[in-house]
Write a protein that binds this ligand. Structure first.
Ligand code: 13P
Ligand code: SF4
Length: 367
């Protein structure tokens, strides 16, 4: 029924279900979602904006999150206690978020505590503060909340690192090595003071002296979509399109961010394009659904993806209109059947308190 329906039929059914549900449901959509899903969203944004949007409709009984699992968990943490958060397809995860698990991070933390001790220095700064990228499980957000740490997104990573350095001599940053490295480098931290932690090796594959000198200990995670962007792609774009502006997401490797004109969150990329004078050419290093949509929305510019091989985020892509229609029609219920909440995402009570604390620190730290 959902697999065989045409895009037009699914769209009509989503609209109909939304009309019946009215204000009792709010649909949030990340920029990377397919157009046929995003056109039904009440709010569209980057991870930070969607975290804020979660709190904007306390009247809605259900929040349908068209994004990936860690975003829906965050929505559950930040929304009202009796609001149900629904992820239309439970298989929509994030491979980067899966690269850091609570056991490996806890083991890393224990080794760092053994090395650094736990006593604050003369200015009251503790030896190390954990910072997790939003793209992580609720358990890791809980870990940060419990150990004096915080969450960041790509749009506030620098403000969050400043927050952390006010309270700690060093930062343990996970899971994305690239966002951590790019942000710390922009703040003047030398590369030599950013060792990477490989959880399969003692001391993460570092010497005690390297870790002692560290300012940011980087986890070894990465985004499989953003690591596809390369410096030769930027060189080719500049050779073929003189005057091109290259915009990339900070999940790209450092060499790519360095070779680009600017780097920032998905919302930063969208706003930079919207503010440019007509006739600008942009080469973009981020997920293809967003690049294609920006190209369609801005015919006054020439916009193309840096990577000539089209590569969507395969997990974002798992939310398609059939799933959205399915969860909305279940909420409506049919005939004598009452409305049903399908695919609810609920963060377990043992981590929720600390995870919420780490998220609230982030919301307060943003300039
Ligand atoms: P943004 O917060 O910039 O939207 O990034 C989310 C993400 O997963 C990028 O890969
Ligand atoms: Fe995760 Fe990368 Fe997809 Fe973003 S683009 S959701 S980091 S896999």
């Amino acid at each position: 029924r959902y697999r065989t329906a045409s895009p037009e039929e699914l769209s009509a059914r989503i609209v109909e279900a939304k009309n019946v549900l009215g204000d009792s449901v709010v649909i949030l959509g990340h920029f990377y979602q397919r157009d046929e899903v995003l056109r039904h969203a009440d709010f569209v944004g980057d991870s930070f904006q969607l975290a804020q949007a979660t709190q904007s409709r306390p009247d809605a009984a259900a929040i349908v999150f068209c994004g990936v699992h860690f975003m829906a968990e965050t929505a559950d943490l930040l929304s009202g206690g009796d609001q149900a958060v629904i992820l239309p397809n439970l298989a929509a995860g994030c491979s980067m978020a899966d690269m850091a698990d609570i056991d490996s991070v806890t083991e890393c933390w224990e080794q760092l505590e053994e090395l650094y001790g736990t006593a604050p220095d003369a200015s009251g700064r503790v030896p190390v503060i954990p910072v997790t990228y939003m793209n992580s499980s609720a358990a890791l957000k809980g870990f940060c909340g419990e150990h004096g740490g915080i969450v960041c997104t790509s749009s506030n990573a620098q403000a969050v690192l400043e927050w952390a350095f006010e309270r700690g001599q060093r930062v343990l940053f996970f899971p994305d090595q690239h966002l951590g490295r790019n942000t710390a480098k922009a703040m003047g931290v030398p590369l030599a003071q950013m060792p990477m932690w490989n959880p399969t090796k003692p001391l993460g594959g570092n010497t005690a002296a390297q870790l002692d000198d560290a300012r940011v200990v980087l986890w070894h995670g990465f985004c499989s979509v953003h690591r596809r962007f390369t410096v030769p792609q930027i060189q080719a774009a500049r050779a073929e399109h003189p005057g091109v502006r290259v915009l990339v997401h900070p999940e790209c490797p450092m060499e790519v961010v360095d070779a680009a004109d600017s780097a920032g969150s998905t919302d930063f990329i969208a706003k930079t394009i919207a503010a440019a004078p007509a006739g600008t050419t942009f080469a973009i290093g981020t997920e293809i659904n967003l690049v294609n949509r920006l190209a369609a929305e801005h015919p006054e510019h020439e916009i193309f993806c840096l990577d000539p091989v089209i590569c969507p985020c395969s997990t974002m892509y798992r939310i398609h209109a059939g799933y959205l229609a399915w969860v909305l029609e279940a909420l409506v219920g049919g005939g004598e059947a009452p409305g049903q909440v399908l695919n609810q995402i609920t963060v377990s009570a043992d981590v929720a308190g600390h995870a919420r604390l780490a998220l609230e620190r982030m919301l307060a730290a943003r300039p």
